[in-house]
Design a protein. Structure first.
Ligand code: C2E
Ligand code: CA
Ligand code: CA
Length: 557
């Protein structure tokens, strides 16, 4: 091979950048340099074909063959054809037509050109395969996160960002589906769901799986409404392990964000996930659009979260007490207990638990704070006794996180011992939901608490997944009716009231005590009393109050 050809060969090779995987690029380079090389060697016409392996979809012509180069000439009398097998079973055919008889030098030139094509094209194919691996989610065949960023990046680079919408999608019940039908069926749902969305959007957008059952759809905003209704109106057929076809109703939570002129993909992802996070909150709809206030809320939460460790050290968490009263006499309430409720005293501001408990629950600090509350309650009880004030039973809220902590009972015992508190003055409130996974843990927890002499109540009964069956199965002593049940009393719906009445009698028949919380009106108290619920807690009698104020109530008893 002569030096000149060799140099040209190298130049061709380096003209195609590694990260450019488009075949057009090779064609461009070839048509830029090859005709010159040919003419120097006296070759007038050259047609170069490449044949792609059949699994490659980017064929331009029939049978995956496409023309890499075609130079023009007048006469076609001398023909030469060379075929090269490429890596990964592709084939390059160099078919040269010349206007004069073939010389050795022309053969050599042809060989060099074919070899160049071979290397370039092989490299391109390898890059293509790598591209597929890099940008595609193996489980579903739609884009993965990297692919999503590339796709969206390209779209946004063209401007008109405000014409797009990005949705963060999470399939509901995937755990249930996996548990009931097995993982392969679960995977089938993921795949079909993803492909259905992809098909729906076609050229107007893309779908990506971020892992697990989380997806993102990026679409022209004109199609957003259609996308949303499509997502939640799908039945996907799967084959059960037994071979039957089962139609599974797919439901998803979606947070979405309409991009603005200057929105970046990072912003779109953050905003849609913020909206998505809202769908997880109690009694929220499944589909929520991002709104500006959400950003402020998240920021506020972040700031709060950062100041929690200091707050613990500076003892900014304080315990308030909300009295519980017995209403055996229609117009006289008798103080019979109290619930310890936490407040965060941040400077002059008092932050209610609704704002910081979810953060503590999430980062796990709630378990520390619960012990902190127990410790303060024990201290207060002891101090009242020292002052000659007779305490009442104080209930404490416990996070469900404690259920999994084997040392929980030991720690409680240690604190009670430390302050030498009579356990009759203590009660623990726990929200029991019917969760099979926690069943054993709940049983152990109840046994431990009873062994220590503490009373147990089921909090928020009637608010979520609690059931009468659960009341039968639990060894808890008291059931606290949730405010949502009490709200139905005196609100004009006789059926609501009837239900509360029946719940009360069933609880009592199961030999448990019952207390109503969130009682705000006298009619509610009257109805409860008439139906056998003699203990109430609520703004009607008293709001949660600082220890000093509660002490005055104790003194008056
Ligand atoms: P919860 O255990 O259901 O507590 C009852 C909540 O209802 C309290 O809200 C109380 O102030 C409120 N409430 C009581 N009566 C009425 C009423 O008549 N009307 C209305 N509108 N509300 C009433 P709070 O103090 O904001 O506490 C919210 C939740 O935070 C509690 O709900 C409890 O789940 C949690 N929490 C509070 N302190 C602690 C704690 O020390 N540890 C744990 N793990 N959770 C706590
Ligand atoms: Ca409670
Ligand atoms: Ca409650």
């Amino acid at each position: 091979m002569d030096r000149l050809v060799n140099e040209e060969y190298l130049r061709l090779l380096y003209e195609v950048p590694d990260n450019n995987v488009e075949i057009d690029n090779i064609i461009d380079i070839l048509s830029k340099y090859v005709p010159d090389i040919l003419i120097k060697r006296g070759i007038g016409v050259l047609k170069m074909m490449a044949t792609e392996p059949s699994n490659d979809k980017s064929n331009r012509q029939n049978n995956n063959e496409f023309v890499l180069l075609e130079t023009q000439g007048e006469q076609y009398s001398y023909k030469k054809e060379l075929t090269f097998n490429m890596a990964n079973d592709g084939v390059t055919t160099v078919c040269a037509l010349a206007d004069k008889a073939w010389t050795e030098e022309m053969d050599e030139t042809l060989f060099v050109i074919a070899k160049t094509v071979f290397v370039l094209y092989g490299r391109t194919r390898a890059m293509k395969e790598l591209t597929i691996l890099t940008f595609t989610d193996a489980k579903t065949g739609v884009l993965n996160e990297t692919g999503l960023y590339r796709y969206v990046g390209k779209k946004l680079a063209m401007g008109e960002n405000a014409s797009y919408c990005l949705s963060f999608i999470n399939l509901k019940n995937m755990k249930l589906i996996n548990d009931s039908y097995g993982l392969p069926c679960g995977d089938m749902i993921l795949r079909k769901f993803a492909k259905n969305l992809e098909q729906l959007l076609g050229e107007d957008g893309c779908v990506a799986r971020l892992g697990g059952d989380n997806f993102v759809a990026f679409t022209d905003k004109k199609r957003q409404e259609e996308l949303l209704s499509f997502i939640n109106n799908q039945t996907i057929d799967i084959m059960s392990p037994k071979g039957d076809t089962i139609g599974v109703n797919v439901n998803a939570r979606v947070g979405y964000y309409y991009l603005k002129e200057k929105s970046s993909i990072g912003e779109a992802m953050a905003n849609s996930s913020m909206a998505f996070a809202k769908t997880r909150q109690n009694s929220s709809p499944d589909v929520i659009m991002y709104e500006e206030y959400m950003k402020m809320q998240v920021l506020e939460q972040k700031l709060l979260e950062q100041s929690i460790p200091d707050a613990v050290v500076n003892e900014e968490f304080v315990v308030f007490y909300q009295p519980k009263v017995s209403i055996e006499d229609a117009d006289n309430f008798t103080l019979c207990g109290a619930e310890a409720l936490m407040r965060w005293k941040k400077g002059d501001e008092i932050i209610p638990p609704g704002k910081f408990i979810p953060i503590l629950e999430k980062n796990g600090m709630i378990t520390i704070i619960d012990f902190y509350v127990l410790e303060h309650v024990c201290q207060d009880i002891k101090e009242w006794e020292r002052q000659g004030i007779k305490p009442v039973r104080i209930s404490l809220n416990l996070s469900r996180r404690h259920l999994r902590n084997e040392q929980f009972a030991q720690k409680v015992e240690a604190i009670i011992r430390k302050y030498d508190v009579n356990p009759d003055y203590l009660e623990v409130e726990i929200t029991e939901t019917y969760d099979i996974e926690d069943l054993e843990a709940i049983k152990r927890f109840e046994m431990d608490m009873h062994r220590l002499g503490l009373c147990i109540s089921i909090d928020d009964f009637g608010s979520g997944f609690s059931s009468i069956k659960m009341v039968k199965d639990t060894s808890a002593d008291i059931v606290k009716l949730d405010k949502s049940l009490i709200d139905g009393i005196g609100a004009g719906d006789a059926a609501d009231e009837l239900i509360v009445g029946h719940i009360i009698s069933m609880i009592k028949e199961l030999n448990k005590d019952v207390i109503a919380e969130g009682v705000e009106y006298k009619e509610q108290a009257d109805y409860l009393r008439a139906n056998g619920c003699m203990n109430i807690q609520g703004f009607l009698y008293a709001r949660p109050m600082p220890k000093e104020e509660f002490e005055l109530k104790l003194k008056k008893m």
